[in-house]
Design a protein around this ligand. Structure first.
Ligand SMILES: C[S@@+](CC[C@H](N)C(=O)[O-])C[C@H]1O[C@@H](n2cnc3c(N)ncnc32)[C@H](O)[C@@H]1O
Length: 219
């Protein structure tokens, strides 16, 4: 899979690319490319945004700047999905993550300040996606959230095949929440791990976990 990110802050992605699971799939299942709008802007002095028509605070990312950036990389508006990251978009959930992970190519458009000139969302992007009903200062964190969620669905991303198959929102748990997890010590300050998990009876453990998952998901 290839993911291209257009941003004003390509260096912000350095941290993400060093972490698993992304690091495990980079250069194999995932090719991640970062592009700065400033490198291709047709405006002088690296300008990429402008004041909003009609007045108001902040600066708006220009449509000509984004169109030129897409042209420079693809020759035109690409045929694959181009996602504008915006709090006004379709909310990201696991079903959408699975859908995006099945794509061969994906382009993410990130903005800052007041956001996109609306023509970017309506004419250059195919999708508008939000990572939640709150406003962040820029699209870099949303892009990283989306990339991380997609990357862990790619083959080889997770150490064990089990982790990722049975986790919150997975088909295996009927789209519900994962059961509680415990590790050593078996008792800490009077807080005991449920006896069933220490029983060694994998049938009972599986049953208990599914019941816990159902209870949590219904709450
Ligand atoms: C300060 S926000 C702009 C908010 C915009 N003026 C509004 O009220 O809808 C700047 C940029 O951060 C990104 N962003 C902020 N919150 C986001 C969210 N919840 N999901 C996805 N992108 C977000 C988008 O790229 C957005 O254009």
């Amino acid at each position: 899979m290839q993911i291209d990110v257009f941003t004003l802050l390509p260096h912000a992605f350095g941290w993400l690319t060093e972490q698993r699971p992304l690091a495990a799939v980079l250069g194999r299942e995932l090719d991640l490319r970062l592009f700065s709008y400033r490198d291709t802007t047709p405006l002088r002095a690296g300008q990429v945004d402008d004041e909003p028509y009609g007045g108001g605070a902040g600066m708006v990312l220009r449509v000509d700047v984004v169109a030129t950036a897409l042209d420079a990389v693809y020759g035109s508006v690409p045929e694959h999905r181009v996602v504008a990251l915006t709090p006004q978009g379709r909310q990201l959930d696991q079903a959408l993550v699975e859908e995006l992970a099945a794509e061969e190519r994906l382009t993410l458009l990130s903005a800052r300040f007041e956001g996109f000139d609306e023509r970017i969302v309506s004419h250059l992007a195919s999708d508008a996606i939000s990572i939640g009903p709150y406003v962040l200062s820029g699209g870099e964190l949303p892009a990283m959230v989306l990339i991380d969620a997609v990357a862990r669905r790619l083959p080889g991303a997770l150490g064990s095949e089990q982790s990722g198959r049975v986790e919150s929102f997975s088909e295996e748990l009927g789209g519900g929440l994962e059961y509680p997890q415990y590790t050593r010590p078996a008792e800490y300050g009077g807080w005991r791990v449920p006896d069933v998990l220490l029983s060694g009876d994998h049938g009972r453990i599986d049953e208990w976990r599914r019941e816990q998952s159902r209870t949590r998901s219904a709450a």
